[in-house]
Design a protein around this ligand. Structure first.
Ligand code: ADP
Length: 541
């Protein structure tokens, strides 16, 4: 017997319709690449996203065609999010931090039909457009009078002139909820990048999950600033969840330095911010230098790479901001786990609570996970046994776009490439990416543990732990460190700092000081490049 409830396709268009109907005047604020602060609201975003849909129809772009963006977080990008997916095309967000050659490769692989870009990225587009034959139209996200005359790019229009005369009404198509809605390529640290192709259904379910109290706890009373880019895994789904709950959105544009982000957090009374640890490092540096405080910020979601304990502590103890440590990946839309305490943990002393907060968190309903050993045997949830982390759920990839790399699944589970432990309460802790684990004398050393200790040293700005080949132990860890400005940290001081904090054999063999650690396109440390840079390095005898 079937249930007798209405059946309705889950759709991205329904999100923007809802936000317009129920949260029309809730503000959408953007720092533009022009430098000024732009003020809009959900009603205006909704109207302009319908104009985008009409403009795309005007170019006779078929359903399912890919429309790419190369853009910062801003209101025009948000309008494109809804206009493209809502009208049945696939939004393809490109990562501008990749090398132009990689961007061109991805555009060709995705066979993008239209490419919309912020003026910051004009040089990239000038560089790649001749290599991108599938792109029939280029759209510069600016006013008509801001478009330079001779860019050399054929079929280039300004966004404002493109949508300006389009009707503000549009009948969104009723799409099967499994229709593709958006796509994002993985950063391709190993081999060519592969694309996760999300559907309306997966995006909507992820949006519900993201808003839950034990996840981001989003509501109409929040003002949310995603520093995490809309060009990488949909800014962790925040644009969709924001429309679902009708909260205010504050977009930082290109200005991600501590001062600019702080100004927006204060002036727009931001209650929740989200980003990777490297961005928060800059923000905390700015606060400390200026002896500043947060007057509105209550929570910050930190993920994308392990959040150092010193950062959780600084937010918590110095600024009274709760850190929500999150784990996810492109293939998971991206949220998998988030760390919030259970009721029974509230009575624990602060340092006991901190031990829990450091973990990547509990599964979000919808995501199931397990850890397995090399033979695929499930490992116990005792907080000690570690294994390869496998996941499944309705917003986890089944296969990659164009079936690249064959089926990634193992007996229906997606192997994340991360190594983790799970404690009896279900809190998962990433010990490493499988390729970053250091194997010393048959025992594993977590590079994250080694980095976290270094990061807790007041004179360390950034630290990366990598394994170096060793004739006896196979591999030994070293820690590569960027010192804080005007400090004189010595190798021996840092090695001494490790004593008593981890087992003796886990203490790195050496400290290598560098001016900068290479970062990848999503702000994570690029250990592959670091290893190349240290190719001639020799471990101390
Ligand atoms: P990539 O394209 O490199 O896979 P993603 O943005 O999809 O980039 O990153 C996913 C990976 O980032 C995870 O598999 C994990 O290794 C790492 N990661 C994400 N969040 C965390 C976290 N909170 N702690 C530790 N590692 C994390």
């Amino acid at each position: 017997m079937l249930g007798l409830m209405q059946s309705q396709n889950l759709s991205i268009a329904s999100l923007i319709d809802f936000a317009e109907k129920h949260h029309a005047d809730t503000e959408i604020i953007s720092r533009r690449v022009e430098g000024d602060i732009h003020r809009s609201d959900w009603a205006t975003i909704a109207k302009r996203s319908r104009q985008v849909a009409n403009a795309i129809d005007g170019w006779k772009v078929a359903q399912g065609e890919r429309i790419a963006t190369l853009a910062w977080n801003g209101y025009r990008h948000l309008e494109i999010y809804f206009g493209v997916s809502g009208s049945g095309r696939v939004l393809h967000t490109l990562n501008p931090r990749l090398h132009p050659e990689q961007i061109a490769w991805i555009v060709n692989h995705a066979e993008d039909h239209v490419l919309c870009f912020d003026m910051t990225f004009l040089p990239i587009v000038q560089n790649i457009h001749v290599h991108c034959p599938t792109v029939k139209h280029w759209v510069a996200l600016c006013d008509a009078d801001k478009l330079p005359a001779d860019t050399g790019i054929p079929n280039l229009v300004s966004y404002e002139s493109w949508i300006q005369s389009q009707p503000p009404t549009y009948a969104w198509p009723d799409l099967d909820e499994n229709t593709a809605s958006c796509m994002c390529y993985t950063s391709g640290t190993t081999g060519n990048p592969k694309a996760a192709l999300y559907s309306h259904r997966s995006t909507l379910l992820h949006a519900y999950a993201c808003a839950l109290p034990d996840v981001m706890c989003l509501s109409a009373r929040d003002s949310v600033l995603p520093v995490v880019p809309m060009f990488h895994v949909n800014a962790w789904g925040i644009p969709y969840s924001a429309a679902m709950v009708g909260c205010k959105l504050v977009f930082p544009g290109a200005a991600l330095d501590g001062k600019s982000v702080y100004e927006l957090l204060e002036s727009e009374q931001v209650t929740l911010a989200a980003g990777v640890p490297t961005v928060w490092q800059m923000l905390l540096g700015h606060l400390k230098a200026g002896n500043l405080r947060f007057n509105h910020l209550k929570r910050t979601v930190i993920g994308g790479s392990a959040c150092p304990p010193a950062m959780i502590q600084a937010f918590n103890d110095d600024y009274n901001v709760e850190v929500l440590h999150a784990w996810g990946m492109t293939e998971l839309s991206p949220l998998g786990t988030l760390c919030t305490l259970k009721n029974k943990h509230l009575a624990l002393p602060q340092d006991e609570q901190m031990k829990i907060r450091l973990k990547q968190g509990r599964a979000i309903y919808g995501i199931d996970f397990k850890i397995v050993d090399d033979q695929g045997v499930e490992q116990p949830h005792d907080g000690k046994a570690y294994g390869d982390l496998l996941v499944k759920g309705p917003w986890v990839v089944r296969e990659y776009y164009k079936q690249e790399g064959g089926s990634p699944l193992v007996d229906g589970w997606f192997p994340t490439g991360d190594v983790a432990t799970v404690d009896p309460e279900g809190f998962m802790q990433i010990t490493d990416r499988s390729k970053d684990v250091i194997k010393s004398g048959g025992e594993w050393i977590s590079s994250i543990d080694v980095e976290n200790i270094a990061m807790a040293h007041p004179e360390v700005a950034m630290a990366a732990c990598i394994g170096m080949a060793h004739p006896k132990w196979d591999e030994r860890p070293i820690v590569v460190v960027v010192k804080r400005p005007d400090t004189a940290l010595a190798r021996e001081d840092l090695l001494k700092f490790y004593e008593g904090k981890i087992a003796k054999w886990q203490i790195p063999d050496d400290v290598v000081f560098v001016d900068a650690i290479p970062l990848g396109a999503t702000g994570k440390m690029l250990k592959t490049r670091l290893r190349e840079q240290l190719a001639d390095y020799k471990l101390p005898a």
